[in-house]
Design a protein around this ligand. Structure first.
Ligand SMILES: NC(=O)c1ccc[n+]([C@@H]2O[C@H](COP(=O)([O-])OP(=O)(O)OC[C@H]3O[C@@H](n4cnc5c(N)ncnc54)[C@H](O)[C@@H]3O)[C@@H](O)[C@H]2O)c1
Ligand SMILES: O=C(O)[C@H](O)COP(=O)(O)O
Length: 525
């Protein structure tokens, strides 16, 4: 039974897919709650409040998936999660409309002094001349970050008769034209806009995007909005430019520290604030909760998730096509890891035939996960496979080739260590399953499953018989046996499979036989 911890305020209606999930148990508690057994949690659902730090992850060794019911993942140490093989998913578009609407409401409120006027009337005042506003009509709105929310905001601004200039280094001309906005440089937006709003993620590049230098380039009387992330607008710099009258007002939904406590911006009457409410609508909360609840369930049902931050997205159709090769790749990795007895520096993988049309990078990661499975302590999966290989100095080469050696598809792998050099090839045959068709320079054909013994020996009369006798004497039942050789009387190989793991005594007796070059027990599960 998977333990699923819901650590922030997430719509319970939206959690229905998990409430209906027979293999999951929902725990709705904060991570700091002493009743929560963090070491048993398999899935963690959060919004922006819970800080998913490396220290927290350390206490959660069973954690497999972190789901963010919202967009921003800056409260999650994604790098630390990735290292541990924990998949991180979010709900990227469930709160877009709500946040765009909130930004628009903040802009209108700011320009018409609505919060200030509201408070004044409630204080039994009637100061009509103190709250003269400014029309949005005819003004230029500058949007920094033209993604989902920026684009929705632009549509609404245009309807209000505003012109929209945007700065987003990743925005194409076609998309800007389609949205009817002017794509500009950062400096142009700063110099021309009457109102500037930020809608980028918080990254090292966007932290302090609006700072003293950029503020100095803006028009006197400019207004600023931040409904994205605290820190994109440097709070000290904004306070300074509000203080000297250069900035006419600001609307802020997000802060560097949340909750902000006593804050330097609160002393300005022309600053309006909300407590990170962009996504706080019934609709958005239902959307994001439903999206992540489905993602977590999908993940535990061994199906592909759609919105992972640290794994490539894959549709169900593609996943079904890739699934057999995924199994094959994992098995190849497992076999290699048990055959090669030292650390490796290089792994070269060649995909040919029908498999080369698929997402081969995903298969490479599966192969690495198989390779590392019994070698290192860390749980390696598709999320952290490449990182793990890199940390261990293994160079990964991936190629596509047209030569599939007579099979419809083939995955050929060579692993190089200091002393050893191993090559293996597998194929997937419809209605027949995965087969290993080449191992360490020998053509062979065996089903990579269960308890196997791979023997390299000299091709001499009686070797197979002697192997069979020792196993028979030790009551070991041979389930299948395949042989291969390059030339008569040269080196040859045998791959045997058993119903249960081969015992040490039999292995020792086999090792002492004449004409045996090497033996490897291989377990595939
Ligand atoms: N206040 C809230 O409650 C709330 C709700 C939802 C989202 N958000 C925040 O709003 C922001 C935008 O969310 P979104 O869903 O539109 O994200 P998005 O990923 O769709 O859009 C972000 C855009 O920023 C652009 N960008 C990235 N780096 C940039 C840079 N250096 N300069 C200019 N543009 C850059 C990207 O190209 C992208 O188009 C995020 O920070 C998100 O966390 C806040
Ligand atoms: O990134 C987001 O989705 C928003 O900032 C919403 O955050 P919240 O889920 O804490 O309201």
């Amino acid at each position: 039974m998977y333990q699923i911890l819901v650590a922030d305020a997430i719509s319970e209606d939206g959690l229905q897919p998990l409430l209906d999930f027979k293999n999951g148990q929902l725990i709705i508690k904060k991570v700091t709650d002493p009743d929560v057994e963090l070491d048993k949690v398999d899935a963690l659902l959060v919004r922006s409040a819970t800080q998913v730090t490396n220290d927290l992850l350390e206490k959660m060794p069973q954690l497999k998936i972190i789901a963010r019911a919202g967009v921003g993942v800056d409260n999650i140490d994604v790098t630390a999660a990735t290292k541990r093989g924990i998949i991180v998913v979010n709900a990227p578009d469930g709160n877009t409309i709500s946040t765009a609407e909130h930004t628009f409401a903040m802009m209108a409120s700011l320009m018409r002094n609505i919060p200030q006027a509201h408070q004044s009337v409630k204080n039994l005042e009637w100061r009509r001349n103190d709250f003269i506003g400014t029309e949005l009509y005819g003004k230029m709105l500058g949007i920094l970050g033209m993604g989902r929310i920026g684009s929705e905001l632009a549509k609404r601004a245009k309807v209000f008769g505003m012109s929209v200039h945007v700065y987003d280094p990743f925005l194409t001309k076609e998309r800007a034209n389609k949205l009817g906005v002017e794509s500009s440089s950062l400096d142009e937006v700063l110099e021309l806009a009457d109102i500037i709003t930020v809608h980028t993620p918080l990254t090292p590049q966007t932290k302090g995007l609006i700072n003293e230098d950029t503020l100095a380039k803006t028009k006197k009387g400019v207004y600023f909005l931040n409904c994205a992330r605290g820190g994109i607008i440097d709070e000290d710099a904004l306070a300074k430019f509000l203080g000297n009258g250069h900035v006419a007002g600001a609307a802020i939904d997000v802060f560097v520290t949340e909750p902000p406590g006593e804050h330097q911006l609160f002393k300005f009457d022309n600053v309006i604030v909300t407590p990170h409410l962009g996504a706080s609508t019934k609709e958005a909360q239902l959307n994001v909760a439903t999206q992540v609840a489905k993602e977590v369930r999908t993940y535990f049902e061994d199906k592909p998730v759609s919105n992972s931050i640290n794994l490539p997205a894959m549709s169900r159709d593609i996943f079904e096509k890739i699934r057999p090769f995924h199994h094959l790749s994992t098995k190849i990795g497992l076999i290699l890891s048990q055959c090669i007895k030292e650390g490796i520096d290089e792994l070269s993988i060649t995909y040919s035939g029908t498999v080369s049309d698929l997402e081969t990078s995903y298969l490479t990661k599966a192969l690495l996960a198989g390779f590392f499975k019994n070698r290192i302590d860390v749980h390696v999966n598709e999320v952290n496979a490449l990182l793990t290989a890199k940390e261990r100095g293994i160079t990964i080469g991936e190629k596509i080739s047209t030569n599939s050696f007579g099979y419809a598809n083939a995955i050929s792998v060579t692993a190089k260590g200091e002393k050893q050099h191993y090559s293996i090839r597998g194929t997937y045959i419809d209605h027949y399953g995965p087969r290993i068709v080449y191992l360490n320079d020998f053509n062979i054909d065996f089903h990579p499953e269960g308890n196997l013994l791979y023997i390299q020996h000299m091709d001499r009369p009686g070797v197979i018989g002697r192997v069979g006798k020792i196993l028979g004497d030790n009551e070991v039942n041979i389930a299948t046996m395949q042989v291969g050789r390059k030339q008569v009387g040269g080196e040859a190989i045998m791959v045997l499979s058993f119903d249960k793991p081969l015992d040490d005594e039999s292995l020792t007796s086999l090792t002492s036989l004449d004409d045996i070059v090497s033996l490897n027990r291989i377990r595939i599960n």
